[in-house]
Design a protein. Structure first.
Length: 491
């Protein structure tokens, strides 16, 4: 327990913070002192200081704690991997201390694992170090020598894909360096994994590897000549103050820094979906024709009579007032006639809604296959017509649900195997305590929310954070459902 922490001293014990028992941590005879955590009340105070509700602080900043009775965030996972978490946090502390004590600079930003993750890129943290007038961003990978070679290759391949993506260009001014700290004897295994996926070649992140032993015996610690650079040199170099020549190094004085336009950076949206879309001019002509009796730019594309026939109700849809014409749904909002049309493929879709009498058209295109597009389009149209959007109940953040669930790994054995789908053959398998889905050379993680429901995480944005479920069909087969729709069946 450091001087001045926790604030308020002992009078706050049990109110805003608590000591985590050795029964919970499993670290009996801990030589590093007590482990402390904020109670639920303490976390709410922290979230208030950040200017947001607790659930949003969990999502954006990865805050966790609350105690065993009222767990918040990823408390279960942190306790399960406590030695790993403490080791990664120690590195950030030692780096900040080394920079300050040597008068070189300071660690001006530190994000935990939850706040710095992107799809399958899941570092143990992100930091921004200022040395003189320069700033150096970096991801930390803390390895205790327990990860299999195949998982290591997948880890660094994910960095390779992220580095080359448009998302990385939006997130950072120059891609952050990757610092890998590993246990003794595992360094060669790490460098082999990096080399096997091409890390260190053009358009790949700059990667530095060192060992815990070297960090402990080198006076300058992480700022000393302790780092190997796989694929470039066998000599040890310093980071980030190094004279080592890079063929592709950025000339920016703020390498790996979040763009200055992203104030605070952590409060921006965590997902920005991308995808192909028709040219805006084509969509504009279609919209104009639908609102102008079938004419656009002086050209009659479709006759008014054809539009009238298309929008004439033919059959009722369900028990409500909604009806169906020739490819268009017909309903009303506040007495106004409303026309709807949607389309989708396995990974994306669109939704168009028109109030022809008011000459208002709304279109939504997204890498989503659920009902979000329809809800958004109808809400925008409702606002345009002077009405209120429909009330919504925010869904429980899946990270909270995942942190509260302890998986039964034995149940998963029924899901292992090959699955047939319209996208080709899929494979579901387990690696350690992680369930994976492999398809067409891509590997996705299945994060359990219950014994049968999961969240799909991957580098393909159309499938990232998509709800997944395994269901046993009436004929006894097991189906894989994505976003509520059946995607594949076990062969």
């Amino acid at each position: 327990m450091a001087d001045g922490w926790p604030p308020g001293g002992g009078r706050w014990r049990g109110v805003a913070w608590r000591v985590v028992s050795t029964t919970e941590t499993g670290l009996h005879g801990n030589a590093n002192g007590d482990h402390l955590e904020l109670t639920e009340r303490g976390l709410r105070v922290l979230a208030a200081q950040l200017g947001m509700p607790l659930q949003r602080a969990v999502t954006l900043f990865g805050v966790a704690g609350g105690g065993p009775e009222t767990p918040v965030g990823s408390r279960y996972l942190l306790l399960r991997h406590l030695l790993h978490t403490v080791g990664a946090d120690d590195f950030f502390g030692h780096l900040a201390e080394a920079a300050r004590d040597r008068g070189l600079g300071e660690l001006i930003e530190w994000r935990n694992a939850a706040a710095s993750a992107h799809a399958r890129v899941r570092p143990d943290g992100y930091g921004l170090l200022r040395i003189g007038q320069r700033e150096y961003g970096f991801f930390l990978e803390y390895d205790r020598g327990t990860v299999r070679p195949a998982s290591l290759r997948a880890k660094f391949a994910a960095y390779q894909r992220y580095c080359m993506s448009a998302r990385a260009e939006r997130d950072y001014d120059g891609f952050p360096d990757v610092l890998v700290v590993t246990a003794g004897g595992a360094e060669d295994r790490i460098t082999d994994a990096i080399a096997s996926v091409g890390i260190g070649s053009t358009w790949q992140p700059r990667t530095f590897v060192t060992t815990l032993a070297l960090l402990r015996v080198t006076r300058a610690g992480p700022l000393g000549p302790v780092w190997r650079v796989p694929g470039f040199t066998a000599n040890r170099v310093s980071w980030p103050v190094t004279t080592f020549k890079w063929d592709f190094s950025s000339t920016s004085v703020m390498r790996g820094r979040p763009p200055s336009s992203h104030a605070a950076n952590l409060q921006r949206p965590r997902r920005m979906l991308t995808g192909h879309r028709p040219p805006r001019c084509a969509l504009r002509r279609i919209r104009t024709a639908l609102l102008n009796g079938g004419a656009a730019n002086g050209t009659q594309i479709i006759s008014q009579a054809s539009l009238d026939a298309t929008w004439t109700p033919i059959v009722a849809m369900g028990e409500g007032a909604r009806q169906y014409g020739l490819g268009w749904g017909i309903s009303d909002i506040g007495g106004e006639r409303v026309l709807e049309h949607s389309g989708s493929v396995d990974t994306a879709g669109s939704y168009f809604v028109i109030a022809p009498d008011q000459r208002i058209a709304v279109g939504v295109l997204a890498n989503l296959t659920g009902e979000e597009k329809a809800q958004l389009a109808m809400d925008v149209l409702s606002i345009a017509l002077g009405n209120e959007p429909s009330p919504t109940t925010p869904a429980l953040d899946w990270r909270l649900a995942a942190s509260r669930f302890t998986p039964n790994l034995d149940v998963w054995s029924a899901y292992f195997g090959a699955y047939r789908s319209a996208q080709g053959m899929l494979r579901v398998y387990r690696e350690g305590s992680q369930l994976h889905l492999a398809s067409s050379g891509l590997v996705f993680d299945l994060v359990p929310l219950s014994d049968s429901t999961f969240i799909l995480l991957g580098d393909e944005s159309a499938f990232d954070e998509v709800p997944a479920e395994f269901r046993r069909d009436t004929n006894g087969s097991i189906g894989l459902y994505l976003g509520g729709s059946r995607f594949g069946v076990k062969a």
